[in-house]
Design a protein around this ligand. Sequence first.
Ligand code: DC
Length: 228
Amino acid sequence: MADTSSNIITIDGPAGSGKSTISRALAGHFEYAYLDTGAMYRAVGLKASLTKTAPDSDEELALLLDNLDLQILPGDEDSKVILDQKDISLEIRSAEMGMMASKVSARPIVRKKLTELQQQMAQKGSVVAEGRDMGTVVFPQAKFKFYLDATPEERARRRTEQLREKGMAADYEDILSQIKQRDHDDSSRALAPLMPAQDATIVDSSNMTINEVIHFIAEKIKTIQHNR
Ligand code: DC
């Protein structure tokens, strides 16, 4: 297998920590592809909801995964996500689909399939891989690992703003409680829980602007490259 360790940047962290904006900017800066793995879990969540698949039935999930026709393409802002030839890019961004994604993502059968797809995608070239388990499970060999964090209140504030900018309804208090629930569910699940890789750099962005975070990470990557 080709050594892909030095052309993978992993960005993990909880919901609303700024992962997407920062991953996209880093991908542009280093001319890497952007791999939005949350969108993949959201697409599986949406498909489960559309097909009335029970998120806790491995048998039903296996059927869904065997017939998964999913493409993640570069988009203007968020990734363009095509499921069964239909553009679901906007649909998967609702808070409800975030919860659904979190639910299906706890199932080993779903994680196994999506991990394989993510590793295949990274074989095609350099990537900035964004998610919850990029540095710990999917790309443990990556040389550049970051874990972004921020307080739940700051993350809820950002998410509310993002959804409103997309023209979607968003209530701050609801989003805050969903974020806390998702933090709990994503961190306490048995398989690939949300946590920093041992060798990840932790960045608390609560009091940093997006540009400060991007600059910090880009400089850190350059330092690691020069010291090797
Ligand atoms: O990053 P996001 O909010 O789009 O992710 C949606 C859900 O998908 C998140 O609550 C947990 C799950 N997820 C995961 O378990 N592993 C990943 N690598 C990415 C997302």
